[in-house]
Design a protein around this ligand. Structure first.
Ligand SMILES: NC(=O)CC(=O)C(=O)O
Length: 297
């Protein structure tokens, strides 16, 4: 039995077509998650901002209150929809992300909630690295105009399987998060994310494969479906990459679900063949997962 992934796991990434109607987004997410579990998925992932359009002006309009936890149904219909869905579908569910407002600090966050098959909240990840970019003539985006960043690495223990890391979209560009999680024995790094028509083509697959090859772990990227009528055009191409950095499952830009069977043996085999895990030179450079890392399991 593999130490990292105790038994095979079927991962499903739901590339959801999202729109401006929150309750329609929630009910579409429900039917897609139930479809995924009817095909045997044990862990289902939704995209970044799955309950709202993606854009800074939408955060205040669509935000929900998550703290103190658990929120009431009025404070967070999405929290309750996800919790009930995880229980109904009997699955681990990474609820993409939703816009969050925290009354105490008067701040907005881009926040991901992970539930277990009994509907219990396992983890909350607030996007740590805000998407602030400016590529002249292509795309300018400043999440920091509205959002505040989270401040921790999120590692979630799925007791029958092992540990996974959850981060959001732009977080993937900072290899430290995935590296820290892998050193803490995560077998999979998951990123609900919405790259766009400029950066998607350039870096979506590259980032996924890079995080996988650096750490010899599985990586999953879950995008919304592309909507050319929306202000922000998501790249799509939700994908699963294996520990050897091969893309083992990928969608195009349309709404669909992509599945992959993950095994501990694949991780062991990859690490045996190219044993960077035992060849690291912490005498030359420090282990980034030690010291003052803020992480939560
Ligand atoms: N939307 C994001 O957070 C990130 C993105 O599109 C990119 O890194 O490119």
């Amino acid at each position: 039995m593999s130490k990292l992934l105790k038994k095979p796991l079927k991962l499903a990434l739901v590339q959801l077509a999202t729109g401006s109607d929150k309750s329609a987004n929630l009910s579409r997410a429900r039917s897609k998650v139930l479809e995924a579990t009817s095909k045997g998925a044990n862990l289902v992932v939704l995209p970044e901002c799955f309950n709202s359009p993606y854009g800074t002006k939408y955060f205040p309009k669509y935000c929900e209150t998550l703290l103190p936890s658990p929120p009431t149904k009025e404070q967070s219909p999405s929290y309750h929809a996800l919790s009930e869905l995880a229980k109904e579908a009997k699955t681990y569910l990474v609820g993409g992300s939703i816009p969050e407002y925290w009354e105490e600090t008067k701040k907005y966050y881009n926040t991901s909630l992970t539930f277990d098959p009994s509907g219990k909240l396992l983890a909350t990840h607030r996007k740590v690295h805000l998407f602030d970019i400016d590529i002249p003539g292509k795309i300018t985006f400043r999440e920091s105009e509205v959002l505040s960043p989270g401040n921790k690495v999120t590692i979630v223990d799925l007791p029958e399987y092992g540990k996974i890391a959850v981060a959001i979209c732009y977080d993937i560009r900072f290899p430290e998060l995935a590296m820290i999680a892998a050193r803490k024995d995560a077998f999979l790094s998951l990123y609900p994310g919405a790259f766009n028509m400029t950066t998607g083509k350039l870096h979506w697959e590259l980032q996924a494969r890079a995080r996988a090859v650096d750490n010899q772990v599985y990586v999953g990227l879950c995008s919304p479906a592309r909507d050319m009528e929306a202000e922000y055009n998501a790249w799509g191409h939700s994908m699963v990459v294996d520990p050897n950095a091969e893309v083992i499952a990928e969608l195009d830009e349309k709404e669909n679900i992509v599945y992959a069977d993950l095994t501990g043996e694949k991780i062991e085999e990859t690490r045996k063949g190219i044993p960077i895990y035992t060849q690291r030179r912490f005498d030359v450079y420090p282990d980034v997962s030690e010291g003052k890392v803020k992480y939560e399991e």
